[in-house]
Design a protein around this ligand. Structure first.
Ligand code: AMP
Length: 357
């Protein structure tokens, strides 16, 4: 089977790496000339507006998927005329605009932080402090400001001049959690255990999945929300939803219709990785088991790459590099850790962090 992937970043690279053992072949479509999946497969470098290039891309493919939620919806819909596109393009529509996304969550009965895009009329219903975000194209904390006063809000609006925005209640959360799940072409669904995520400067730094701290109640809450999204979209592939935990409840922040950074631990820490499950899902194969193999952690490498030997001498570590030049704030790789207990895991995270900064 030949799978086309829109976007050739690290997620595309890891999808291909997971698909080769299953006998899959890949072709990438990516506007940027130099990308992490370059070495791995056929590569079409062209603009998303180039219809001839899209036709060449799709020729001979069995299915198309994407690794990036800002792929233009029109491109996904165009390709759908020729081959199935999974996840379905409607998932892109829901995920690309924070207002559409939060409204979609609310319509499904999934709690979110209170939000509005009508700053004149509804500021008081959201209240302060709040977070002002661009509706589109924000990621890794880009295009967002915490505002604590009317003056902050006015300043932030000036900085985001002209862009459509959404204002959300600032949530003094206890933890950030995410669920990664997959739905097959036959409608079968699997869920990974909730990951606990730590961000700094809006960028994910650390994810932990520890079976000893498994919380059945929160897990089933997250699963029921995720299932509502999967079913509403007749979804195929891996989906991630990020939550804030506050007072024992989950509030949905955003979803990603793709494999997700907080699921990278599954490459070494779960029976089946999120990447393999995505490939299985979009190609119509049965989904694999999601159980963790121990206490797991994923440490992102942001802006710098430590010496491989310093990391790999720590027992239980795996290093994943993305073939990207280090730059401030850029994700260039990650380290996965699997340990027998939470204590050992914490100790190893501490050791790894000495080299990661
Ligand atoms: P986002 O781009 O929406 O994923 O936001 C990036 C990070 O900013 C989140 O992971 C949180 O750490 C923080 N953040 C975003 N929205 C809120 C909010 N409404 N309240 C508190 N923190 C937030």
């Amino acid at each position: 089977m030949k799978i086309g992937i829109l976007g050739a970043g690290q997620l595309g690279r890891m999808l291909a790496l997971a698909g080769y053992p299953l006998g899959m072949r890949f072709r990438f479509f990516e506007p940027a000339p130099d990308s992490p999946a370059n070495l791995l497969a056929d590569h079409l470098t062209a603009d998303y507006a180039d219809e001839q290039a899209l036709r060449r891309f799709v020729d001979g493919l069995d299915v198309v998927t994407y690794e990036f939620e800002n792929v233009p919806v029109l491109v996904a819909r165009f390709l759908e005329q020729f081959v199935p596109v999974y996840p379905p393009p409607i998932a892109l529509e829901k995920a690309q605009d924070r207002l559409v996304e939060k409204t979609f969550f609310s319509d499904l009965g999934i709690p979110t932080p209170s939000f509005t895009c009508d700053l004149d009329k509804e500021l008081s219903s959201v209240g302060l402090p709040a977070v002002l975000k661009t509706r589109r194209m924000g990621y890794d904390g880009k295009g967002q400001f915490v505002v604590r006063s009317q003056t902050d809000l006015a300043d932030a609006l000036v900085q985001l001049a002209g862009q459509d925005v959404i204002l959300e209640r600032f949530v003094p959360f206890e933890r950030e959690l995410s669920i990664v799940c997959a739905r097959g072409r036959d409608g079968a669904v699997v869920f990974y255990p909730l990951a606990e995520n730590t961000h700094r400067d809006g960028i994910l730094r650390l994810s932990i999945v520890d079976p000893a701290r498994f919380d059945h109640r929160l897990q089933s809450q997250a699963e029921s929300y995720a299932r509502a999204v999967l079913d509403a979209l007749n979804y195929v592939g891996v989906l991630a939803i990020e939550f804030f935990e506050i007072d024992g409840q989950l509030l949905a922040n955003e979803m990603a219709p793709r494999v997700h950074n907080s699921g990278h631990w599954t490459m070494d820490g779960a029976i089946t990785s999120q990447f393999e499950n995505h490939i299985r899902a979009v190609s119509g194969l049965p989904l694999g088991a999601t159980s963790p193999l121990g206490a797991c952690a994923m440490v992102n490498l942001v802006g710098q790459i430590p010496a491989a030997a310093s990391i790999l001498k720590i027992e239980g570590t795996h290093l994943h590099l993305y073939d990207k030049a280090p730059r401030a704030g850029r994700k260039v790789g990650h380290i996965n850790l699997v340990a027998d207990s939470q204590n050992i895991l914490n100790q190893k995270i501490g050791e790894v962090q000495k080299y990661v900064g």
